[in-house]
Design a protein around this ligand. Structure first.
Ligand SMILES: *Cc1c(COP(=O)(O)O)cnc(C)c1O
Length: 495
């Protein structure tokens, strides 16, 4: 058979592919990229934690869509010059900002192998399906979930939480919800969480058609933990006025301070009130890997659903998070569907159907399970636990140093891996918030370290979060010293 060019009708057709024309040359480039990536990762601590982009780089991205290819070599050079040096810094040993993982060299290789395979992870009759199923079982076991639990890997904690809330909604609304949706009846649903709940909850209520007014923020105590009595009273008030409680969210590790809600008491209340109990354990759930810390999470294992990230305190490269549902029937009931073009069979490629597509919204997913699987196989769960403990110890050390230092003030209890503090000059300055904001910005702009910030009880806090497997004691020491040095220098200037 020979194809002819549709336009000319006569000239022989040049068949195209995106595979390399010259595999030997491609292989040389590939080895160079791998070697240089490893060199780069080996020497991270010699680089600034962050650097702002030069104008030249900003301008570089004004280029129009190339109609003709420039070749791999030139494209890689552009990558090295304009992209590689300018990230938000989260791979660096002195990155303490927000809650962002570093990624790992092993994870990088696993991503490469997974992409080389490029399997379709809706399910199908293939080994990668077994890998993800095994990873889910392993994780469910660590989190104390029963073998009846189901789960799926998704892009991040937000999506994992959203899927769980959708399962809760469908379960609470009943079997007709999928057919009739919001037209089902006049019921008005409410969702509860503390005022420290991550913003995903409001967005999820909007996304799921409940409206963000449906999200009730319950007050927290001095330790930033949800006050269960107030939740109980709010539920009673809402029931009285005809509202239907849909879900109560407990957070294991709040984003501001790392507080862990009283999960056991929440589980009790939800059981008594017959309300779906969801735990957002985005990073905090990972403390379950550390035998010494596990008891802090008591009650998490009683949740109806649990969401957590592996790309935060699991250290893996973006993106990967997990949602678990205690009773797998509820998860399937929310998402299962089988149109004719993807109908399951007992044999052949689609043998066993598409189990993962039936547990969430995504149909096509990548093989993110491989980096989780390879990491557990190669490193072992015990080492993960020790790394997590190491981060907690670093945070506890910093909190103790802050408390011992008269020029520093701890702004919230540090129960887990987050320390919120500020510089307090010996001589009073007009605006402590502005001073600390300037300290934070200079830490970042000078490339020394990257904490982030938050506001606690109206005060600007420098916030250091420890989910970094590259951080060493000397990095924490450096952060502490730099805050003191900058604080002294800047407050002297202000006076
Ligand atoms: C980060 C975070 C989320 C959102 O997770 P993503 O992976 O960023 O989508 C939700 N809850 C908490 C407590 C978090 O820290």
């Amino acid at each position: 058979m020979s194809l002819t060019d549709q336009n000319s009708g006569t000239t022989p057709y040049t068949e195209l592919t995106l595979d390399p024309q010259d595999w030997d040359e491609f292989r040389r480039q590939a080895h160079r990229m791998l070697d240089e990536s490893l060199d780069f990762l080996m020497h991270l601590d010699q680089q600034p934690a962050w650097q702002d982009m030069p104008h030249e780089t900003e301008n570089y991205f004004e280029e129009r869509l190339p109609q003709q290819g420039q070749g791999l070599s030139a494209t890689y050079e552009a990558f090295k010059k304009h992209i590689l040096p300018y990230t938000n810094g989260n791979r660096h040993p002195r990155f303490f900002g927000w809650v962002q993982g570093n990624g790992t060299p092993l994870g990088m290789l696993a991503e490469m192998l997974a992409t080389a395979m490029n399997p379709h992870m809706a399910g199908f009759n293939q080994a990668p399906k077994l890998v993800e199923a095994q990873v889910i079982r392993w994780l469910a076991g660590v989190m104390g979930f029963p073998s009846s639990a189901t789960g799926v890997l998704v892009t991040g904690g937000t999506m994992a939480n959203v899927l769980a809330l959708a399962v809760a909604r469908n379960h609470t609304a009943g079997p007709d919800y999928r057919e009739k949706g919001l037209q089902l009846d006049e019921r008005k649903y409410v969702v509860y969480g503390s005022s420290e709940t991550h913003v995903w909850a409001q967005k999820a209520c909007e996304f799921l058609g409940l409206g963000n007014a449906a999200f009730r923020q319950i007050a927290v105590d001095d330790d930033f933990r949800l006050i269960v009595n107030q939740l109980s009273e709010q539920i009673a008030r809402d029931r009285k006025s005809g509202l239907v409680p849909l879900c109560a969210i407990g957070t294991a590790g709040t984003v501001n301070t790392g507080a862990i809600d009283p999960l056991d008491a929440l589980a009790d209340l939800c059981k008594q009130e017959d309300i779906w109990f969801h735990v957002d354990g985005a990073f905090g759930a990972m403390a379950a890997f550390s035998p010494k810390q596990k008891s802090m999470l008591n009650g998490m294992e009683r949740a109806d659903s649990l969401a957590f990230d592996l790309h935060k305190w699991g250290y893996l490269p973006f993106e990967v998070a997990c949602v678990l549902v205690r009773d797998g029937e509820h998860q399937r009931a929310a998402f299962e569907s089988s149109p004719s073009y993807i109908a399951a069979s007992n044999r052949g490629v689609i043998g066993g159907g598409l189990p993962f597509a039936n547990l969430g919204m995504d149909l096509t997913r990548n093989f993110k399970a491989l980096k989780v699987w390879m990491t557990f196989k190669a490193e072992g769960a015990e080492k993960m636990g020790r790394l997590i403990k190491q981060n907690i110890d670093q945070a506890q050390w910093l909190a103790a140093e802050v408390e011992a230092e008269p020029e520093l003030e701890l702004l919230a209890p540090a129960p887990l891996n987050i320390v919120c503090f500020r510089y307090l000059p010996k001589s009073t300055v007009d605006d402590t918030d502005a001073l600390n904001q300037e300290i934070l910005l200079q830490l970042q702009e000078k490339g020394i370290a990257i904490p982030s910030s938050t506001i606690l009880h109206g005060k600007f806090a420098i916030r250091a979060c420890f989910v970094n497997h590259r951080t060493k004691a000397r990095d924490v020491q450096q952060l502490l010293q730099a805050v003191l040095d900058l604080g002294r220098e800047l407050s002297a200037k202000l006076n």
